[in-house]
Design a protein around this ligand. Structure first.
Ligand code: ADP
Length: 309
C-alpha cells in the first residue's frame, strides 16, 4: 500500500461570502468542511486512482475527531497518532463578487517528545506494509527540522521508498536522508538552493544539482506551465494542455499521488511525470482540493507531451 504522513492535519473549511469586508459582519452563504493537509489530499487522490492507501500523522482534539470521521465517510483508511491539543482549522473565505480568497490558518498542536516517539514507531510499522511513504507539508511546532530525515530513514529501513513534498528548512533537512522523489514548486526549489532561477535553464541546472546529490526524481511543478522533471540523470519538459482551471489548490498533492501510483505500476520515468501532471491538472478542474476523476486524468494524460530538455 501507500502510506501518507500529514504531521499538521487540518480541517479545511471554506466559507462563501458575498462582498466580504474587513471590520463588518458577513453572512456565509455556503460552507464546506473536509479533512485536509497535504498528505490527506495525496491519500484522497491515491484512493480515487484505485490504490490501497493509509493516511497517518498527528491529530488532536475535536478537530482530530472530525478529521478521522470525515476520512471514514470518504472510505480512506487512516492510522493517526493522537496528541494533546487541537488540530488546525484552516479557513478560506471566498468572495465570488470580488474574486478574493482570504485564508486564516491556525498553528495546530505543539508536539511533545513522547508523541514523536509514538509517531516514529507508527511510521516504521506502516512502512513495513507499504511500497511508498509520502511525507507532505509543514512540521508542527515542537518537531525538529531533522524529523523528515529521521522518518525517511526509518521508512527505508522498513522496506519502503520515501517521497518528500515539503518546503523551507523541513525540505532542506529532509534531503539529507535522500528521499526517492521530491516535488518542489518553483519558489521552493529557489529557496532550497538559495539562488535565483530566472529561466527554465536555471531551474534545469538546480534539478541536475539535486540529482547529482543523489535524489533520483526531482520534479519541479510549474502550475499551468506544467513541469520540469529530472529522473535518473535526465531532465524533461512536461508540457500540459490548456484547461479551464476552477481551483488549483491541491494540484501539487494530486501530482504526488499520481507519480507514486505510476511508480507502483512500474511505468517509465517519462510516464511517471506525465501521469502526475495529468492528476495535477485534473485536480485543478474540481472545486475540492484532492479530487480527480479517471476520465479527466486519462483525457489530459493523452494531451501531455514529455520531451528531453
Ligand atoms: P503546487 O500546488 O505544489 O504549487 P503546482 O501548482 O505547480 O503545484 O501544480 C502541480 C501540477 O498540477 C502542475 O505541474 C500542473 O500539471 C497541474 N496544474 C496546476 N495548476 C494548473 C492550472 N492552473 N492549469 C492546469 N494545470 C495545472
Amino acid at each position: 500500500m501507500i502510506t501518507t504522513v500529514t504531521l499538521n492535519a487540518a480541517i479545511d473549511k471554506t466559507y462563501s461570502v458575498k462582498s466580504f469586508e474587513m471590520d463588518r459582519v458577513s453572512r456565509v452563504t455556503d460552507m464546506i468542511a473536509v479533512p485536509g493537509g497535504k498528505g490527506i489530499n495525496v491519500a484522497r487522490v491515491a484512493r480515487l486512482l484505485g490504490e490501497p492507501v493509509t493516511a497517518a500523522g498527528f491529530v488532536a482534539g475535536f478537530n482530530g475527531q472530525f478529521i478521522r470521521s470525515g476520512l471514514d465517510t470518504e472510505g480512506i483508511s487512516h492510522d493517526f497518532t493522537e496528541v494533546p491539543g487541537e488540530s488546525r482549522l484552516c479557513l478560506t473565505v471566498l468572495d465570488a463578487d470580488n474574486g478574493t480568497q482570504t485564508e486564516l490558518l491556525e498553528p495546530g498542536p505543539v508536539i511533545a517528545e513522547n508523541s514523536l516517539l509514538t509517531l516514529k514507531e507508527k511510521v516504521k510499522e506502516l512502512a513495513g506494509r507499504s511500497t511508498h511513504v509520502c511525507f507532505s507539508g509543514s512540521l508542527p511546532l515542537g518537531c525538529p527540522p531533522s524529523l523528515y530525515a529521521e522518518l525517511i530513514t526509518l521508512a527505508r529501513e522498513a522496506g519502503a521508498e520515501a517521497v518528500l513534498d515539503a518546503s523551507g528548512d523541513a525540505l532542506a533537512a529532509g534531503l539529507e536522508a535522500m528521499p526517492l522523489l521530491i516535488k518542489p514548486n518553483e519558489h521552493e526549489i529557489v529557496r532550497l538552493l538559495g539562488r535565483p532561477a530566472s529561466s527554465d535553464d536555471d531551474l534545469a541546472a538546480c534539478i541536475r544539482e539535486l540529482m547529482q546529490r543523489g535524489i533520483r526524481h526531482v520534479v519541479v511543478s510549474l502550475g499551468a506551465r506544467g513541469a520540469l522533471a529530472g529522473s535518473s540523470g535526465r531532465v524533461r519538459r512536461v508540457a500540459i494542455p490548456a484547461i479551464r482551471a476552477v481551483n488549483p489548490v491541491g494540484s501539487g498533492d494530486a501530482m504526488v499521488a499520481g507519480m507514486v501510483t505510476a511508480l507502483r505500476q512500474g511505468r517509465s520515468d517519462a510516464d511517471v511525470v506525465r501521469f502526475g501532471a495529468a492528476c495535477g491538472s485534473a485536480n485543478a478542474l474540481q472545486k475540492q482540493a484532492g479530487v480527480v476523476t479517471d476520465e479527466d486524468v486519462e483525457r489530459i494524460f493523452r494531451d501531455i507531451t514529455v520531451t528531453d530538455y
